[in-house]
Design a binder for this molecule. Structure first.
Ligand code: J2J
Length: 538
């Protein structure tokens, strides 16, 4: 069993098993089951139109798993996966599970700063990358990683491998492999983060399989489902809510879009007769406008899932008239808890709420700053525990002590109110994070990077309102001598290996920060100041 993670207490785990939430099956079985049931059905289609049946995908995963074992990868080894939306991701994901290795999923946008940290915390022995993606050479990053974290023994490359191992060569005759314990960790997801360094989220075979199965049921997935992966495959939403795993479990077809652009996505929706997809609000807004200029037949689309940040009521109300499909709001988190509006909810709930918890076993509390339950309907911080919500981050005991209550509730940092129907409305945030159109930025993490600049004495990162993204990032600086310009600062952060989505959108230089009565930086005041300045600028 993997060490360094926090399992559910025995009696709770026994209850989840007895009540049927945890089925006691390894996560990779969902592919094998369909390969046995409907081997000739199309499981996967990529942007070029290449197609794989369930039998083919299953066989490739088996061969790759055998190849991984031959390389010595298996038995709980952590493997960082940073692959774009291609068949290589899908095959490697299942192959790692079958080899007994633990995929550590990172986004294509992550750079040296994030990847090195993830490798150090996870103790990864391998790193899987594309050769070049979006103009960035991941082999260069791999070289830097190997220097910084010697435990990373293997670099597996989709495409031109240079001195590394081509993913295509990881191939061997299938061998019988040990079956993992379903209560053990299957994969590690990256959290949005509220601290200096990103945290890793352990997800077990039992909990993630339940997450996928219950989501697929709630969203009506079946063998006629054609799901378009628009967000990165490594994102919990696109992977498992119900996402690509839910589609495969239901025997449907997964279509991979290389980007969320209307050009790519609309063409694939038309070509493959896509029935469902999942996007973040800025993409939903773009699509709602793009129907004006991007000619495509979207009539196959039945369901658009939107989540990651709050969707405004106005665009929410436009989804059905403009795109001709049902909207589903999804308020989820890689840590676990998922809230969905239901397909048969009345439109005021679909438009005006962020859904209600997926599982009857999800427990939620809404508390005030002292941790007391608020009166029903009032706004407070959402706490949750349940059969697919983590009990602790991986190898983070100090952080866990602050982020979980003694009785195992996860403090989400989200401010919500609960309607009598059980639906949640997200009202704000208690955590020090910027939600930039679904991309999460830990203020503390970014401040630490900025503080390394010689021209910065102190830094405070806050969100500023933005019509399309919801929020963008503003970095307030107190200079030491000559303050860096916005351009100089972003160049400095890029050089440090910070992912592009974390770069500040604006820099404000001040002599001193406003302070609260206890002497902390008053970020609320900074947020108000920049919001006022923006509205004055028009
Ligand atoms: C407001 N805030 C939201 C929403 C997430 C499905 C959907 C989203 C994620 C995700 C996910 C929100 N309205 N509809 O993993 O499976 C904010 C909250 C939450 C945080 C989690 C999924 N949907 N949020 O966004 O781990 O602040 O997961 O706590 O990236 O996003 O971020 P993340």
């Amino acid at each position: 069993m993997l060490d360094g993670w926090v399992p559910w207490p025995d009696e709770v785990a026994a209850r989840y098993r007895a009540e049927g939430y945890w089925a006691g099956r390894p996560l990779d079985r969902l592919l094998r089951d369909q390969a046995e049931r409907a081997p000739e059905r199309i499981a996967l289609v990529d942007a070029e139109g290449d197609r794989w049946t369930y039998a083919e995908l299953d066989a490739r995963a088996d061969r790759t798993a055998a190849g991984l074992r031959r390389l010595g990868i298996g038995g709980g080894d952590r493997v960082i996966v940073q692959l774009p939306n291609t068949d290589a991701f899908v095959v490697l994901f299942f192959a790692l599970l079958r080899a007994g290795a633990v995929p550590v999923l990172t986004l294509p946008a992550h750079r040296e700063s994030e990847i090195v940290h993830v490798a150090e915390v996870s103790g990864a022995i391998a790193y899987a990358v594309p050769d070049v993606h979006d103009g960035f050479d991941h082999r260069t990053l791999a070289r830097a990683l190997r220097k910084a974290v010697p435990s990373v023994e293997h670099v597996l490359v989709a495409g031109e491998a240079a001195e590394f191992t081509p993913l295509a060569d990881i191939d061997a005759e299938p061998v019988p492999l040990p079956v993992p314990d379903p209560s053990d960790v299957a994969l590690l997801l990256l959290s949005g983060g509220t601290t200096g360094k990103p945290k890793l989220i352990p997800r077990t075979h039992d909990d993630y399989t339940y997450n996928v199965r219950a989501s697929a049921q709630t969203c009506g997935f079946d063998s006629s489902t054609v799901y378009l992966v628009v967000l990165p495959t490594a994102h919990n939403f696109a992977l498992a809510c119900p996402g690509l795993l839910g589609t495969l479990m239901a025997g449907g077809t997964v279509v991979l879009s290389p980007t969320p652009s209307p050009e790519d996505a609309f063409a694939l929706i038309e070509r493959e007769k896509v029935t469902v997809t999942a996007v973040v609000p800025p993409i939903a807004l773009l699509w709602l406008d793009a129907v004006e200029w991007e000619e495509a037949d979207l009539s196959s689309l039945r369901l658009l899932q939107v989540g990651g940040s709050k969707l405004g009521a106005e665009p929410a109300a436009r989804v059905r008239p403009v795109l001709g499909c049902t909207l589903q709001q999804v308020f989820g988190m890689a840590e676990g808890l998922l809230n969905y509006t239901r397909l048969d909810d009345p439109s005021e709930l679909v438009v005006g709420t962020q859904g209600r918890p997926l599982s009857p076993a999800d427990e939620i509390r809404v508390v005030d700053e002292d941790g007391h339950d608020v009166t029903p309907g009032a706004t407070g911080e959402l706490l949750t525990r349940g059969p697919y919500t983590l009990r602790g981050y991986y190898r983070a005991p100090g952080h866990n002590a602050r982020t979980f209550t003694d009785d195992g509730y996860y403090r989400t940092g989200d401010l919500v109110r609960v309607l009598p129907t059980g639906h949640l409305v997200v009202e704000g945030r208690a955590k020090d994070q910027i939600n930039r159109g679904g991309d999460k930025i830990s203020a503390e993490e970014l401040e630490n990077h900025i503080l390394a600049h010689p021209g910065v004495h102190d830094a405070a990162v806050v969100g500023m309102p933005d019509a399309t993204m919801g929020e963008r990032t503003c970095a307030y600086l107190v200079p030491r001598g000559q303050a860096p310009t916005h351009r100089e600062l972003t160049a400095f952060l890029t050089e440090r290996g910070v992912a592009a989505y974390k770069l500040p959108d604006r820099v404000e230089v001040v002599d001193a920060f406003p302070r609260t009565s206890v002497g902390k930086i008053d970020k609320k005041a900074l947020g108000r100041t920049i919001a006022e300045r923006l509205s004055a600028e028009g």
